[in-house]
Design a protein around this ligand. Structure first.
Ligand code: AMP
Ligand code: ZN
Length: 469
């Protein structure tokens, strides 16, 4: 299996630190609003990486943080006149709902910055003790960038070029640093902001330190894969490397993966330009499965353009897959069990070739675009090579293959059965009849059966009413 590593700018063979196990850290969102459609890209892409690794038999420990202390959260809290924890808690919950809709598996752990302050203070102390950090006159603690010889290795930047060309890395209010390249580990509190005690000043952590601390606490000093959007390469991930490697004296992450950006109608997403959508807004227009399928239609390192036509195309593509499964289910309904024929055995061998194509694409730096092409080839094969004359074994085998490859992509290819209104009405009539006959056991059974399907009954004076829960 090959992974493109930002560190070496090349595809490398994937060899985990520990056999059969993968330690993976994905930088999560800052929770000050609903997540936008761009944020959904890394979530879907790296969830798919995880799913494929699990399919290959690896045990994946997947950690992804929520940044719950940040200027944007504080600003929103001030606007609403509430504590910043009210804002972060609200949007963590909303983010989790969106992730569920996108069929992103829950992480092994979602650490929160505000719950990991002790670990951050400890790491900052170690950096102070080893001469990698210093306290400025106003109490701010900075990382001394030039003290870490490997700085720039991820973003492939040279320190002197950075110094000359990147004056903007000196943020307003950070005039106290000794060198433009130094970055904040801990900063003094301002009026109305959340803060914690420390021996340097009452204040709060810089952004970068949280990921170094959380990765170490939940995964260890060395991890296999560290991932996020490409905007995080510099300075966020470069700074994480500096902090972690200066503290632990070991290589922090073996493989660094970065997704390219999602644009809208070929333009950078921006609120002021009016081309900005939250996942929630999009979910009112499209099934989020369609959005997931769309996100995987391009390789994760290629820019992806979000437009109504392209999403429509994904919708149609997904529908083709669901229809193939409907077709197989239809053929399987009430079918007797004839023996699998020699011809069918041969056909299954051909069908497996699409599976190999799928795997080859995924093994080549998770090329989901090509993997999806292999799925479509399998769909075409199913449509031309299955009918009422086939055996149950053969049809079930084809269905299992299709469902499995879709599952690796996080796509649920079998439609929810869901009772139709007429089925519900028929069961209600049966229940009424059972009650008339004093067969309360059957009546209760029907109520329970309906409840399991998400149908709630209400006995009113006008008769029985029902609704979907
Ligand atoms: P943020 O909350 O801004 O830190 O973003 C959370 C994650 O979303 C990071 O991995 C970002 O790199 C990623 N991200 C933000 N905007 C986009 C975009 N337009 N396309 C792809 N990824 C993005
Ligand atoms: Zn991070």
């Amino acid at each position: 299996m090959k992974i493109y590593n930002t560190l070496s700018k090349s595809k490398e063979e994937f060899l985990p630190l520990e056999e059969g196990k993968v330690k993976m850290y994905v930088c999560g969102p800052t929770v000050y609003n609903f997540i936008h459609i761009g944020n959904a890209r890394p979530m879907i892409v790296f969830d798919t990486v995880r799913r494929y690794l699990e399919y290959k038999g690896f045990e994946v420990n997947y950690v992804s943080n929520f940044t719950d202390v940040d200027d944007k959260i504080i600003k929103k809290a001030l606007e609403e006149g509430v504590d910043s924890s009210v804002i972060s808690k609200r949007y963590i919950e909303e983010c989790k709902k969106d992730m569920e809709g996108l069929n992103v598996k829950p992480a092994t752990k979602n650490p929160l910055a505000t719950e990991e302050i002790d670990g951050m203070l400890e790491m900052i102390q170690t950096l102070m003790d080893t001469g990698h950090a210093y306290k400025a006159v106003d109490g701010t603690v900075y990382f001394k960038t030039r003290s870490f010889p490997g700085y720039g290795k991820l973003s492939h930047k040279k320190l002197d070029d950075l110094q000359a060309g990147h004056r903007e890395i000196k943020v307003v209010g950070e005039e106290t640093k000794e060198d433009d390249l130094d970055f904040v580990l801990w900063k003094p509190k301002k009026e109305g902001e959340p803060y914690w005690d420390s021996k340097w000043c009452k204040g709060r952590p810089g952004w970068h330190i949280e990921c170094s601390v959380m990765a170490k606490k939940y995964l260890g000093e060395q991890i296999d894969i560290h991932a996020g959007g490409e905007d995080l390469i510099f300075p966020h991930h470069e700074n994480e490397i500096a902090q972690s490697e200066a503290t632990n004296g070991k290589e922090f992450a073996k493989y660094w993966m970065h997704n390219a950006f999602l644009n809208i109608d070929n333009k950078k997403m921006s609120k002021s330009a009016g081309n900005f959508f939250t996942v929630r807004e999009i979910s009112e227009k499209y099934d989020l499965q369609v959005i997931r399928f769309f996100m995987l239609s391009a390789h994760y390192r290629s820019p992806l353009n979000f437009s109504a036509e392209l999403v429509e195309a994904s919708k149609n593509g997904l529908e083709r897959i669901l229809t193939a499964v409907d077709h197989l289910n239809h053929l399987l309904e009430g079918k007797e069990e004839p023996e699998i024929t020699e011809k069918e055995k041969e056909l299954l061998v051909s069908a497996k070739e699409y599976g190999s194509k799928f795997e080859m694409a995924m093994e080549d730096d998770f090329n989901t675009a090509d993997a999806i092409s292999a799925v479509f080839e399998l769909v075409k094969f199913i449509n031309t090579n299955s009918d009422g004359g086939n055996s149950v074994f053969y049809l079930q085998k084809l269905k299992a293959m299709l469902l499995q490859y879709c599952d690796i992509l996080g796509i649920i290819a079998e439609r929810e059965k869901g009772l139709l209104a007429e089925d519900v009405e028929a069961l209600i009539a049966e229940r009424q009849q059972a009650r008339k006959e004093k067969n309360f056991a059957r009546a209760d059974e029907i109520r329970k059966e309906l409840l399991e399907q998400g149908i709630v009954l209400e006995d009113t004076r006008e008769g029985v009413k029902w609704k979907r829960a």
